[in-house]
Design a protein around this ligand. Structure first.
Ligand code: ADP
Ligand code: BMX
Ligand code: ZN
Length: 289
């Protein structure tokens, strides 16, 4: 069966046709509509999907935000605002005439990455450091999504009680410090107005403030990983997202984690499926749907 997998992120929309072996046949990417209204998202999805119409039998979506019964709600409206109660699966079904499954992006990615790990692993976490910081928890071999779909939203755990206000309404969340949007928002002086990709590139060239911001992000993710290890003894943590996969970021996180006591250490690896983990996880989860 051919599945159209869609990944809705705070920065980009991706779509890929996948075959029964979960191989990507064809893909495309568009920027997430700047005006994050329901009408703009619907139009963006329509444009994304149009070239694939008639070529698949079902649709599987991995999306940023809380997904409950196919409905998308932003936990952090700064990342995908104006979308209280966006009828995601209903919209896709209207656009394609096909059945659609929708799952949170990091939860979907966690499932794909868990399946790619060596056998015998029962407990792992996936962390995406991207527009936001998302998480997917696999506990005792099962994907944990929670009764309200909130499980794994570890980007909104406390990193610093005196830290910046997060778009979710809490203060000092991991996401407000470590995410791409957080890094950009904390930048001052000559870095003001730059995005995380630009700041990251400058950090690789030794720019002092850029280096501090990236190190602060990586240290915050390392502490989050220590907290996860303490919470449920996860054997692996898999890092994804464009910041998480950027050159040198994972070694930085590993080095900050090594400064924590040994009991809190765990193995950190880069996403096997790189930027496609969400797409492939949604396709996998839609099997038998
Ligand atoms: P999404 O959040 O839509 O899934 P990404 O995973 O690409 O998308 O994350 C987007 C964030 O990553 C943005 O803040 C962007 O500035 C940043 N980013 C993109 N490419 C890079 C890169 N090569 N190095 C560091 N940061 C990057
Ligand atoms: C936010 C939240 C999560 C998401 C995470 C990563 C929203 C809109 N999203 O914490 O549901 O998993 O960002 O999302 O509230 P991404 O866009 O960075 O991939
Ligand atoms: Zn938050």
């Amino acid at each position: 069966m051919i599945t159209l997998a869609i990944d809705i992120g705070g920065t980009k929309l991706a779509a890929a046709l996948t075959d029964a072996q979960q191989q990507i046949i064809e893909r495309r990417t568009l920027p997430t509509p700047a005006s994050k209204t329901p009408a703009a998202l619907r139009e963006g999805l329509n444009t994304l999907i149009a070239p694939f119409i008639g070529r698949m039998q079902r649709v599987a979506v991995a999306s940023t935000g809380i997904i409950r019964h196919g409905v998308l709600t932003a936990l952090n409206p700064d990342n995908l605002g104006g979308l209280a109660q966006f009828p995601l699966t209903e919209t896709i079904t209207q656009l394609t005439g096909l059945p659609c499954l929708a799952v949170n992006d990091a939860q979907a990615a966690a499932w794909a990455e868990y399946k790619a790990l060596p056998g015998g692993i029962r407990d792992m976490a996936f962390i995406t450091v991207s527009t936001g910081v998302g998480g997917g928890i696999i506990c005792n071999g099962k994907l944990v999504s929670g009764t309200q779909g909130l499980a794994g939203h570890i980007g909104h755990t406390l990193a610093d009680p005196h830290g910046p206000l997060c778009g979710c309404g809490r203060t000092g969340c991991v996401e407000a410090i470590a995410s791409g949007r957080g890094i950009a928002a904390l930048a001052t002086d000559d870095l003001s107005g730059m995005n995380a990709q630009e700041i990251y590139a400058l950090s690789l060239n030794g720019h002092a403030q850029a280096t501090r911001l990236i190190q602060q992000s990586a240290r915050t993710i390392a502490r989050l990983i220590a907290d996860l290890k303490a919470s449920y003894d996860c054997q692996y943590v898999v890092l994804g997202g464009s910041v998480g996969l950027a050159s040198g970021y994972l070694p930085l996180v590993t080095s900050f984690l090594s400064q924590e006591p040994a009991a809190f250490h765990t193995t950190i690896i880069a996403a096997h499926y790189q930027h496609d983990a969400g797409l492939l996880g949604a396709a996998l989860l839609s099997e038998g749907y």
